[in-house]
Design a protein. Sequence first.
Length: 477
Amino acid sequence: MSDLEQSAPQAAQQTQARSGSRLRLGQKFALAVTALMILAMCVYWLLTNQTTENILRQQADSLGNTLARQTAILVTELVLANDLVSMNVLLNQLTREEAIAQVAVLSIDDQVIAIAGTSVNPTGTDATQRSDLFGSYVAPIALQDSLAGYVRVNLDERYIEQGVTRNFLFMLTALFLLVLAGISVFYAMTQHLVGFPLRMLTGAIQSTRHGEPALSPFDDRGDEVGAAIRQYNRLLEDLQDDETRQLIFGPEPEPDPVAKAAALYRRPGSAFVSILCMSISNYRAALHQLAPDETIELLNTYYFYIHKVSRLYNGNIEKCAGDEILITFGAAQADDEHCFHAVCAALLFLEIAATLARELEAQGLPALQFRAGLHCGELLTGVLSSLEQNTYTVAGENLALTRVICSEAPVDTLIISEAAYTLADADGRLVTEEFTDVADDTHGEFIKTWLVDEARHNYKALLERQVEHLLAEEVVL
């Protein structure tokens, strides 16, 4: 069976469910009550109709038998005298009654002596000729224990059928009026007692969802609807209490410092950050030695580890294109140790780059050589970087100063400014040596720089483990 054939019944069921759900609660209850009322009236009509018809037929049988006996007594002498004229006169007088359809005097051998009234055709199809609408009653004409003939009286029992029909029409009219009244009363009561309070409760819930808590009325009722409304109002009151809210939902999570810092990063202003600038000293030479696809693979390999190292030490890559990589620490993510983490990130990447260089040289391939410079200072935040991607970056004079520091660094070496030296606590954490002074053209002064050889003690062991771990990862481009 195809998916279309399988989905067709499901779609039909969903459509039916949606169409059924459009009925309101009062309408559903009204339909249920209507069905029960119609069923009850049908049962009542069947019982009363059967009882009424039986009573009428018993009365007709009693009347027919009595009338036949009385007529037999009246015509006894006329039969003995063979007075046909008198018999016809008597019979015609009897058939003037609407209930008497036909009266006949029969001989012993069932020959008609006299007859009056409407003829009855047992096989007729006309409503006025159907024998099932007539009751036939026979009484003997007897005199001194001798039989002189019979009297047959046919009663018109159509009045019984007419009575049943009138009763049925009356029941239909009564049922229609009862159903109409029942639906109206029940629907009005349902709307007043259930529908309207529930709509008010729904409105209060919607208002609460939109940040405007509102209590629902009708909470003083003693039924189930009032109990539900009281529970909602009580829950709303409990949620306004901090202890109860924490008991229900648990302790509220602390604001994410990363998200908070990222929001500040997008907000126009300034922030004190650490700026790590790394440049590829042999960028153009390496490009000329490799084919385009090999160059792309080589650059992507180094960029892969740059992203890994930056993520490991909470850095944010501001630029990673061409021969320059610019990473900030402490701007996009809150970090009290952002300067020392920037030093560790630089040392980690330089060690990875040195390991990659040895492997590439063993294969006879060119490797990239990096210079690294680190400085700490104020930068402007909230600078739009990409409108389509809704990303922001930083700007400021300290970026240019960091690039100058980076340009003074020897190949595969990190140098840091005096501000970074102090903030990173280089005396206790790093093995350094004083390097050169770098000119700060903006302020017209020189700043000291230090060359970082390695980290001390435990930090060095940690960096070595991180190098092994990152190099063991598969490069996914």
